[in-house]
Design a protein around this ligand. Sequence first.
Ligand code: LMR
Length: 394
Amino acid sequence: MLDLLSPAQQDPILSLSIAFRADARADKMDLGIGVYKDSQGDTPIMQAVKTAQQQLADSQTTKSYVGLAGNEAFNQAMTDLLLKGTDGYSRCATVQTPGASGALRMLGDLMYLAKPITTVWITDPSYVNHKPVMEAAGLHVNFYPYFDSVTKQVNPEAMLAALSKAGPDDVVLLHGCCHNPTGADIRTEHWQAINELAQKNGFTPFVDIAYQGFGDGLEEDAYGLRLLADSVEEMLIATSCSKNFGLYRERTGAAIVIGKNKQEATNAKGRILQLARSTYTMPPDHGAAIVETILSDDGLTKQWRAELDGMRNRIISLREGLSAALSARTGDSHFDFIKAHKGMFSMLAYSPEQMVKLREEFGIYAVGDSRINVAGLTESRIDYLADALIAVSK
Ligand code: LMR
């Protein structure tokens, strides 16, 4: 049987980390996978997380199973963080999942179960895993225009023109904030236009929000999601604690479903639990227990929010520093888009050949589609990166 298998294609992001580790050059730089690094180049455990972990180590009395939906207090806390105050809050249901990737897959499977002819519309370009996960769930995937490689911002006219063709058999996947891989976010007025289209034409919005708090702030980053949750009848949400709690390896996320009424959401939750049972059964406990501990304690919540603000502000200052270093070299504002982008990533619109040159000649590892992880940069390496980006742009 196994002889029938051809070798697997490598994942464009995860394979970079392996190549980076194997590179012996001392001045190499990892701007590949979306992981935050501090000024020393380390990915620290947040202090609020450390305290919560300690409390759990002291107080947890059992390692018996959690239920299929995971930690229900965590589910409630994540729902509050995203949806409290919206109309959808009263008619939603939440399931803890192994990371947001787990949520994407569970929601993909749910869509297939409900309506196998569903087409999922994703941004062009999108997170490299969106298409594979949706296709693995059996769904058809369409790209809609999103990024303008000249302005390095969203092309709202092209995006809205494409989305005006989506109807009741379509699900439109939107990045809640900090678009992966481009860093170019949807502006307020265009969220409003999407919201109107969803109501007029009946497509279902599906918001993937993996970077809440990394763009403009926890509340600000939920603007588009909350606008939709206030108006549309049905909506899907995938959320992650990998970045904003720094819990990457704990695989902590959630799938949220908003239905026309509470009963619909409850039915959908039941079906997700069935799907989970036939996949991984139940999610791991540790990350969700940490998040629940933090969000149920005012002091720890305050500390977490302050640490998150610190990470966001540092990324913003790295963006400003890199833009300034590049402007000093070009004498123009060509690279100002780096400081206009939000979250961890920026798309440079460099060619695959230029990205290979960056890696081979300068030891700078970034995704082949020219996504750089600004949050992986350190202050002391800004000039090195700016020199390399100018050198390969010639
Ligand atoms: C990324 O885009 O780098 C992260 O979300 C890691 C992943 O799962 O691909």
